[in-house]
Design a binder for this molecule. Structure first.
Ligand SMILES: [Zn+2]
Ligand SMILES: [Zn+2]
Length: 471
C-alpha cells in the first residue's frame, strides 16, 4: 500500500483507498458506465480502478499486482498537479493525508501562533473565518493544489488556505503567490489527533500585542519584560556601586586602625628594650661584685684543697705500697703453682707422646714387613708366569719344527714319487721302442736304408706277439 502513487480517489465527495474501493462492487461497475459520476484524483482527473491479480511472466516467475487507481489517459496523468505534487517519495504519506483530513473534517478548529518577540514566547489563538466549508487538494491559480481550502458558505469565496508540512513544506513561487492573495494562508505541522494546530509559516512577522496600522518590531509584553529587566539591572548596578563605596570606606578605616596599632606596637617595643637594658646593667654590676668575692673565695678553697690532696695522697701511697707487696707475694705463689702443674702435665704429655711414637714405629715396621711379603709373593707369581710363558713358547716352537719336518718329508716323498713315475715312463717308452724295432715295417725300413747304402738285407723276424703288439 505504501508504494502506491495514488493512495486515495474521490467518489461523490468521499475519499477511498484501493482496499476500501475493492469491496464496492456496485460503484466499481457504475463508474465504468457512460455519462455517470467518475472516480477522481485530487486534481480532478478521471481515474480507473484495477483489481488485485496474479500472472506469470515469460520467464515463469509469479507476479502479484495489488489493487490500485490509475489515470484513465496518459496525457492527463502527465499534466496532473497531484502527481507532480507527490511525485517525490512514492506518493503522499499516510501522516500527511491523516493531518489533512483531520483539519478538513474538524468542527472546532483552532490555530495558534507564537509571538516572534525575543522576550515573549506567548502562543495566541489566531482568528480564523467562521461559517466555512472545506475542500481538500483544491486547485489554485491553475498551477498548484493546496492541501485544505476554506470557502464562505454564502459567498463561496476562498477565505483561507492551510498547507500541511511533512518532509517538504511550501516554498518559492507558490508561497509568494499564496501570501500575496486576499485570503489567509498558513502552514502547519503534522497533527493527526488534536484540533489545535501550531502555525509554522504565514504572512508577516507576528507579535502578540500590536497597535493597529503600525509596522511593529516588538510586542508590548516583550517590551514590558525588557523594561522590567532593565530596571532590575539598573537597581542592581546602583546596589553594587553602593556596596563598593561602603567597602572602600571600611577599607580606609581598617587601614587607619592598622597604622595606629603598628605605632602602639613600636612604642611598646621601645619601652621593653629600655627596660631590658636597665635590668641588664643592674645584673652586670651585681655580677662584677660577686665575681670579685668569688675570686678571693676560690683562691682560699684551692689552697685548702691542695693541702688535703697532698695529705690524702701520702696516706694512699703507703696503703698502696703495702697492698702491692701482698698482691705480688700472692701472685708469685700462684705462678709457682701454675708452673709446677704445667711441668707435670708436660711430663705426662711427653710420656704419652713417646708411647704414641713407639706404637707408630711398630705399626710402620709391620707395614714395611707386610709390603715386603706382598712384594715377594708378587715376584714369585711373576717368575711363575714368565716360566709358563717360556714353556708355552718352547712347545709352540717344537710344534712348528715338527710341522716343518713333516712338510719336508712330504715334499721329499712327492719328489721320489715323481722320479719313480718318470723312470717308469722312460722304461715303458724304451720297451715300446724295443717293441717297435721288432716290427716288420721297421725291419723293412732298415733293409731299405741298408740297400741304399749298399749293404746286405737282413732276414725279417716276426712272431705272433709282435703282430698283436703292432695292432
Ligand atoms: Zn490526476
Ligand atoms: Zn508577545
Amino acid at each position: 500500500m505504501n508504494d502506491l502513487l495514488i493512495k486515495h480517489a474521490k467518489y461523490n465527495g468521499q475519499w477511498y483507498t484501493p482496499l476500501q474501493f475493492c469491496k464496492k462492487f456496485e460503484l466499481q461497475n457504475k463508474t465504468k458506465k457512460k455519462n455517470t459520476l467518475k472516480l477522481k484524483c485530487a486534481d480532478g482527473c478521471d481515474l480507473i480502478f484495477k483489481h488485485t491479480c496474479k500472472y506469470y511472466t515469460q520467464q515463469g516467475t509469479q507476479v502479484v499486482r495489488q489493487a490500485h487507481f490509475a489515470h484513465k489517459s496518459v496525457s492527463r496523468r502527465d499534466a496532473c498537479l497531484a502527481m507532480r505534487k507527490y511525485s517525490g517519495g512514492g506518493g503522499e504519506s499516510y501522516t500527511h493525508y491523516r493531518t489533512k483530513m483531520n483539519i478538513a473534517e474538524q468542527k472546532n478548529l483552532k490555530l495558534i501562533r507564537q509571538c516572534a518577540d525575543s522576550d515573549c514566547n506567548k502562543k495566541k489563538r489566531k482568528y480564523i473565518p467562521g461559517n466555512c466549508y472545506t475542500a481538500i487538494e483544491h486547485r489554485v491559480n491553475n498551477r498548484w493544489l493546496v492541501d485544505v481550502a476554506f470557502f464562505d458558505k454564502t459567498t463561496h469565496l476562498l477565505k483561507m488556505v492551510i498547507e500541511v508540512k511533512h518532509k517538504h513544506g511550501v516554498d518559492g513561487e507558490k508561497r509568494k503567490w499564496l501570501i500575496d492573495q486576499d485570503f489567509l494562508y498558513v502552514e502547519v505541522g503534522c497533527n493527526t489527533e488534536s484540533n489545535t494546530h501550531l502555525i509554522i509559516d504565514s504572512e508577516c512577522v507576528y507579535y502578540c500585542t500590536v497597535t493597529e496600522g503600525e509596522i511593529q518590531y516588538e510586542c508590548e509584553l516583550g517590551r514590558a519584560t525588557r523594561e522590567r529587566e532593565q530596571e532590575k539591572e539598573e537597581e542592581e548596578e546602583y546596589r553594587r556601586e553602593k556596596w563598593l563605596q561602603n567597602q572602600r570606606i571600611e577599607n580606609q578605616k581598617r587601614r587607619m586602625e592598622e597604622v595606629i596599632r603598628v605605632q602602639e606596637l613600636l612604642k611598646e617595643k621601645q619601652r621593653q628594650r629600655e627596660e631590658r637594658e636597665t635590668k641588664w646593667k643592674k645584673r652586670m654590676a651585681k655580677r662584677r661584685f660577686l665575681h670579685n668575692k668569688a675570686t678571693v673565695l676560690e683562691s682560699a678553697c684551692r689552697a685548702y684543697l691542695a693541702k688535703c690532696k697532698v695529705q690524702c695522697l701520702r696516706k694512699k701511697t703507703k696503703a698502696a705500697v703495702r697492698i702491692q707487696s701482698i698482691w705480688r707475694c700472692y701472685k708469685a705463689c700462684e705462678t709457682v703453682k701454675k708452673i709446677k702443674k704445667h711441668r707435670r702435665e708436660m711430663a705426662i704429655q711427653q710420656r704419652q707422646e713417646e708411647e704414641r711414637h713407639k706404637r707408630y714405629l711398630e705399626i710402620l715396621k709391620e707395614q714395611v714387613a707386610e709390603r715386603r711379603r706382598i712384594q715377594l709373593i708378587k715376584d714369585a707369581e711373576d717368575r711363575k708366569k714368565r716360566r709358563e710363558k717360556r714353556f708355552r713358547e718352547e712347545i709352540y716352537a717344537s710344534q712348528q719344527r715338527k710341522q716343518a719336518q713333516q712338510e719336508e718329508e712330504k715334499l721329499a716323498e712327492i719328489k721320489r714319487k715323481r722320479q719313480r713315475m718318470k723312470q717308469r715312463e722312460k722304461r715303458q717308452d724304451r720297451k715300446q721302442i724295443e717293441l717297435q724295432k721288432k716290427t716288420v715295417s721297421y725291419q723293412k725300413m732298415i733293409n731299405q736304408n741298408r740297400q741304399a747304402f749298399g749293404l746286405k738285407k737282413r732276414k725279417l723276424q716276426s712272431n705272433i706277439a709282435c703282430f698283436f703288439k703292432k695292432k
